[in-house]
Design a protein around this ligand. Structure first.
Ligand code: NOJ
Length: 762
């Protein structure tokens, strides 16, 4: 992709021959006022055509995530020179961004700098774990650090803005983009969204080491029916507010500079044209003053949605709805001016959008120096630095979840003298990079095999067999994967190796391109011939440690019944293999906890822990209650679950009082002790249930967590403060309320194994 982008910009050069983002920025009210004055003074000089230009975003290459506008390179070049483009995406590197910026700065009338955006989802050149994986660390400081490192690499490449973090709650393992988010829980999503926004933006957007973040996709995209990407979303207003919006609201409050709207419709209204979401809630209700970019072509997609006959009608709907910038859709470019001239919209509507866009450009410092992010020496030292590799390793280790460890087969014992590393992903140096991999070099990750070789004691024999290929052919963002393997010729070698080794490390799961945009599946099991290979290996050696690589929750029912140990390793980025090896050999004690429920079979999806009671929750009846007749209804591995090499013992919950009122708060405390003989970390989780409310409420909801570190024998007391706000919800009268009455409070190490106590709010 990089090649295309450079080609476009260099090609262009040749033919020339030539929001108050207040809480995150350290700006004083006076500085903010100054920015507002500058914005107004620029706006006052702008023609209608130039205003529309600021609302247009062009792609630097073609067909990256959807059909492009069809605007030719020649026309793009002319518009850039005339100052009729506000932003470009997918233009990366100091060389390319400087060139594109120069075209605008040296030729346009008002010299308004471009803002360059890019999908930096879990790293720029150094890859960190995919966002779902990193969420399993439940480590907000870590999430902030990896976002900050990604921001430094991005900024060092001349790019000002990332289209991240994605904060779409998803409860559906079939949805390919579940990998890009933080899982199924609103509270955890909100915490991590804020951490990532802080990491990207730092305390000063104008620093050359920070970039603007983007809260996406606003809203409901992760609730696509049947988990099919881009599909219809049908949710009620309570679900919207209580489940989907909390991370967005938290990001807005944290000063995220931009939002991106979403491809989907909700209850008949495409998010791109939703003035309820974009104007009533975000811009007015939450008083957020950044700008909203559409998703790729989502404005023009209102034509196939069937609510606009042509681009002009689509532009009208979108601009009225509150979308400020058109990402590679061509609708604003072709229609906004005439819509104003025909009095269909007033120019002040555009002024509001342009003001928002200019504000972010001022906050980034681009008016002071449009080339301030163009520093080759910083680019050279920052990208893929040793420091970033160390952080990638730390993040990767902390994201690993130990799902099963029968007879303490892990960490690998000294008695093991030979290890067979088997599986289609065992020596895959590419899949750990994930699907959204920005500028990562293909095949640059440390594979599991390499990691095992790096960390195994010298006297241990390491052998490798691929067994079977998972995918064949080219791997790329825009090409479907070929996963229909029929070639079993590698089976024999793998089986023989398993037979003659003390231990098997079996690396299976998903190719990097099985998750991501447009990658929904109806099967969340092991595709290709993996099931067969797994069964054959299990027959000849019972000592199998399964290493799972994947971007979605998978059906592990068979594996759980047949393998003594399972490590969930997601797609961990550049240092994947080293991180896995540190866990295998006991150099790192795993502490990750699942941010999503893992099903027993795909038929349970969507599956989530914070479900409603229903009117028939109990098995009092033989048949007529809410369950399945062919499967349990609960998760195989629940939300919040993850084992450690040590044991943690929870004391009794202590409440500071049993009743409290609006002006008060109560504290729930619990002592946690490391009773094993290895130091370890535990995520102590607080859940609450509102027993009677004006609308039906979940059977429990995560309301707090703390990750603690304990030496063997050490204890710590963890305390959570509960106040009326923590208990509030968007209720029956469409307002945030806290109902008086009884609540259950639970504390434990996952969403199922919990202690319980009751309190009352008066
Ligand atoms: C479409 C995706 O939905 C969005 O997340 C991404 O930022 C844009 N394409 C730009 O690549």
């Amino acid at each position: 992709m990089k090649k295309n982008i450079i080609l476009f910009v260099v090609g262009v050069a040749l033919s020339l021959n030539a929001c108050k983002v207040s809480s995150q920025s350290k700006k004083t009210p006076q500085q903010e006022k100054n920015i507002e004055q500058k914005v107004d003074s620029v706006l006052a000089l702008m023609t209608l055509e130039e205003k529309v230009g600021q609302m247009v975003q062009y792609n630097g290459s073609w067909d990256v995530t959807g059909p492009a506008t069809g605007t030719t390179n020649e026309k793009k070049l002319q518009r850039l020179k005339n100052g009729l483009v506000g932003s470009m995406l997918n233009v990366v590197s100091v060389e390319s961004t400087r060139e594109a910026q120069r075209l605008t700065m040296e030729n346009s009338r008002l010299k308004i700098p471009l803002i360059f955006g890019y999908d930096v989802i879990h790293g720029y050149k150094t890859m960190f774990p995919v966002p779902l994986g990193e969420t399993a660390s439940w480590d907000m400081i870590l999430a902030e650090k990896t976002a900050a490192a990604a921001a430094r690499e991005t900024a060092a490449s001349g790019v000002h803005w990332t289209f991240a973090p994605m904060m779409d709650i998803s409860r559906d393992a079939r949805w390919g983009r579940i990998m890009e988010g933080a899982g199924e829980d609103p509270f955890l999503n909100a915490e991590i969204a804020v951490a990532r926004v802080k990491g990207f933006q730092g305390s000063d957007l104008a620093s050359e080491k920070t970039i603007a973040a983007c809260a996406k996709h606003f809203a409901g995209y992760g609730f696509a029916e049947a988990g099919r990407d881009y599909n219809t979303v049908n949710i009620g207003v309570h679900e919207l507010h209580n489940t989907i919006l909390p991370p967005f609201k938290a990001a807005a409050k944290a000063g995220v500079a931009t939002f991106m709207n979403s491809f989907n419709e909700i209850d008949g209204v495409p998010a791109t044209s939703s003035s309820y979401l974009q104007r009533e809630l975000l811009k007015d209700g939450w008083a957020w003053d950044g700008f909203i970019v559409s998703d790729w072509g989502s404005i023009s997609e209102m034509i196939p949605h069937g609510i606009a006959r042509n681009k002009k009608e689509a532009a009208l709907l979108a601009v009225k709805g509150g979308s400020d910038m058109d990402m590679e859709g061509g609708a604003y470019e072709s229609s906004l001016e005439s819509l104003v001239e025909e009095d269909k919209i007033s120019e002040t509507l555009l002024d509001d959008s342009v003001r928002r866009i200019l504000r972010v450009k001022f906050q980034l410092g681009l008016f002071d120096d449009p080339y301030k992010y163009c520093d080759e020496s910083f680019e050279e030292t920052e990208l893929y630095s040793e420091e970033n590799q160390d952080l990638a390793l730390e993040a990767a280790k902390k994201s690993i979840v130990l799902l099963k460890n029968e007879n303490e087969i892990l960490p690998i014992k000294n008695s093991v003298k030979s290890i067979a590393v088997i599986g289609p992903l065992a020596d895959d140096k590419d899949s750990p990079l994930g699907n959204w991999r920005a500028q990562a070099e293909a095949n640059s990750a440390v594979s599991v095999l390499e990691g095992v070789k790096n960390y195994a004691p010298k006297n241990v024999q390491i052998n490798y067999a691929e067994g079977v290929k998972l995918s064949t052919g080219e791997r790329s963002f825009l090409k479907p994967l070929s996963l229909n393997q029929t070639d079993k010729s590698g089976f024999e070698q793998a089986i023989n190796l398993a037979k003659t080794s003390d231990l098997v490390v079996l690396v299976v799961g998903e190719d990097a391109y099985q998750t991501g945009e447009g990658r929904s599946q109806t099967d969340v099991g092991f595709l290709g011939l993996q099931d067969e290979l797994m069964a054959e290996i299990q027959k000849v050696n019972p000592n199998v440690v399964m290493i799972l690589m994947n971007g979605r929750p998978m059906d592990l029912t068979w594996s759980d019944e047949n393998f003594p140990a399972i490590l969930e390793t997601w797609l961990l980025g550049s240092q994947h293999g080293n991180a896995v090896a540190e866990v295998l050999f006991g150099k790192h004690n795993p502490s990750g906890k699942l941010p999503v429920s893992f099903p027993r079979n795909v038929g349970q999806e969507p599956l989530y822990y914070n479900q409603k009671s229903t009117g028939r929750p109990n098995a009092n009846a033989e048949v007529t209650y809410s369950h399945y007749t062919d499967s349990d209804r609960d998760a195989l591995f629940p939300f919040g679950f993850g084992l450690s090499y040590t044991d943690f013992e929870y004391g009794k919950i202590q409440l500071s009082k049993n009743k409290f009122s609006a002006s008060e708060e109560i504290t729930a405390s619990i002592e946690v002790k490391n009773t094993g003989d290895m130091a370890g970390e535990e995520v102590v989780q607080l859940y609450i249930r509102d027993l009677f409310a004006s609308i039906t409420r979940p059977i429990k909801e995560l309301k707090g967590f703390e990750k603690i570190s304990l030496q063997p024998g050490e204890s710590k007391t963890v305390s959570f403060t509960i106040d009326a706000e923590l208990l509030s919800y968007f209720g029956g009268d469409k307002k945030w309320v806290t109902d008086p009455g009884k609540f259950q409070l639970f504390i434990g190490g996952n969403s199922v194994d919990l202690q319980q106590i009751e309190f009352e709010y008066e």
